[in-house]
Design a binder for this molecule. Structure first.
Ligand code: NAP
Length: 470
């Protein structure tokens, strides 16, 4: 009976496709799902892969199908369901077995789950899986966290099912504890920023330049042949080109402008704030989704303040392309800086070049750009991309366009929360003398917090005049 190489709990969109991917790669996979009918349906529809799949709607029977030491992937809704599944699995597993949470866990939950399983002999891995439904089926990017010894158990299967970039697997062990889920969280934060900046550029084309969806699609199609070449730019042209059968209009014109979010972007921003690292593009993107959801208030806002000038912008498409590249550099610089600081604080020793490499295929932010990031980190140097030679040249060439685009947005009353925060980050990052000398003076005035001086070492406090009674 014990013949499956690996088990998988949770036949949602991701779990079902991941199981088929495992079977497709020649491994035998056993599946279980809380709602047993999904197991029957999965087995019945396995087609050519029938000989590599098995399963049961009964958890103990499912476990009995696994080769020892047993590896069980959990791919259920993130949060409490993961804890419930672990609690059900625990009595059925034994020393040497490994539970692998492959959902979008908050990394703090992953850290807690490690400590809860500590001493049971049952191992745990927290892995980030990116690429959506298609990635799960044909090759996702896989970010692994946990103990390296336990990774040995599952390495062959997970490496085989991952995406490949020029033959290299987009799957890697990144560090202990919650490292894998942390990196996946930041991946999603960067994804939020990337998508929001593309949205802002589309907004300038649509509202500032009065371009039709088909005209915008052509531009994105063209840009996908240049430095912006990426999965997100590619799908943008497809989304803009799609027609709605019902209304006969471009589909994008009938899709409601209110974006959803499941939490990973927000977690990214929170982690950056907690670590004290500036990630304004990610924060801007999360805030943009929040304000997008306030549709009624925005409609009222437009009634009160007016819609702003439409079709009056004067900016070239070349400037838009360069601005998007500059914004993207700032967003990725921020995301990697957050990971570098988290690595330092948690003792993870995160391999930044490897992270860029495993994001080159399979995941949502895959792009030519990530290959350049991988090369930059491979050749050493600082963690912030803005000081890496290849990116210095790109940023010098493109930041003027970002400036022009942000100015165009301001003048034409077009919101650009992400692009403008990218520019503000860049300008602050390269300003040798900032303005917090004044902030420090204010803090010392009202709270005696003290300050450092630029001309000598030490801690200083000034005797400020009292304003009491004035
Ligand atoms: P989902 O809708 O998040 O979850 C569906 C699965 O969770 C079903 O198998 C469901 O079982 C199971 N489930 C829910 N509550 C449960 C409970 N209390 N006990 C046991 N099982 C429970 O599915 P998904 O979209 O495939 O996502 C799975 C995980 O992958 C999530 O963490 C998600 O964030 C992550 N992820 C998703 C994507 C994506 O593009 N969808 C991409 C990357 C990562 P029943 O059939 O019995 O309801």
């Amino acid at each position: 009976m014990e013949e499956a190489d690996i088990g998988l709990v949770g036949l949602g969109v991701m779990g079902e496709n991941l199981a088929l991917n495992i079977a497709d790669n020649g491994y035998k996979v056993a599946v279980y799902n809380r709602t047993a009918e999904k197991v029957d349906a999965f087995l019945a529809n396995a087609g050519d892969l029938k000989s590599n799949v098995m399963g049961s709607g009964e958890l103990a029977t499912f476990i009995s199908m696994l080769k020892r030491p047993r590896s069980v992937i959990i791919m259920v809704k993130a949060g409490d369901p993961v804890d419930q599944v672990i609690a059900e699995l625990k009595p059925l597993l034994s020393e040497g077995d490994v539970i692998i949470d492959a959902g979008n866990a908050n990394y703090h939950d992953t850290v807690r789950r490690f400590s809860e399983l500590d001493g049971t002999g049952i191992g745990f891995l927290g892995i980030g899986v990116s690429g959506g439904e298609e990635g799960a089926r044909h090759g996702p990017s896989i970010m692994v966290g946990g103990s390296e010894a336990q990774w040995d158990n599952a390495e062959a299967v997970l490496t085989a099912i991952s995406a490949k970039f020029n033959g290299e697997a987009c799957c890697a062990y990144l560090g202990t504890g919650g490292a894998g889920h942390f990196v996946k969280t930041i991946h999603n934060g960067i994804e939020y920023a990337d998508m929001q900046m593309i949205g802002e550029i589309y907004g300038i084309m649509r509202d500032g330049l009065a371009m039709s969806p088909a005209e915008c699609a052509k531009v994105f199609e063209e840009w996908n042949k240049g430095p912006l070449d990426s999965y997100l730019i590619e799908i943008t042209s497809h989304v803009l080109n799609a027609m709605d059968d019902e209304s006969g209009k471009p589909l994008v014109e009938v899709i409601l402008d209110a974006a959803g979010q499941k939490g990973t972007g927000r977690w990214s921003a929170i982690e950056a704030l907690n670590l004290g690292v500036s990630a304004t593009t990610i924060e801007g993107a999360v805030a943009a989704r929040s304000i997008s959801a306030m549709k009624d208030e925005r409609v009222r806002g437009e009634e009160i303040y007016g819609a702003g000038a439409k079709g009056k912008a004067t900016i070239s498409l070349e400037a838009l392309e360069k601005a998007l590249l500059a914004g993207k550099i700032a967003a990725y610089a921020q995301g990697f800086a957050v990971m570098a600081k988290a690595s330092e604080d948690n003792g993870w020793n995160l391999p930044l070049a490897t992270i860029a490499k495993i994001w080159r295929a399979g995941c949502i932010i895959r792009s030519r750009f990530l290959d350049q990031i991988a090369q930059a980190f491979d050749s050493g140097g600082a963690a912030n991309l803005l000081t890496q030679p290849a990116f210095i040249d790109m940023m010098k060439d493109s930041n003027g366009a970002l400036r022009a685009v942000v100015a165009t947005c301001a003048i034409n009353e077009l919101p650009s929360p992400c692009l403008s925060s990218a520019l503000a980050y860049f300008d602050a990052y390269r300003q040798a003398r900032g303005t917090t000398n004044l902030t420090q003076g204010q803090r010392d005035f009202f709270g005696a917090h003290g300050f450092k001086r630029s001309d000598k070492d030490g801690d200083f406090h000034h005797t400020w005049p009292s304003l009491i009674g004035q």
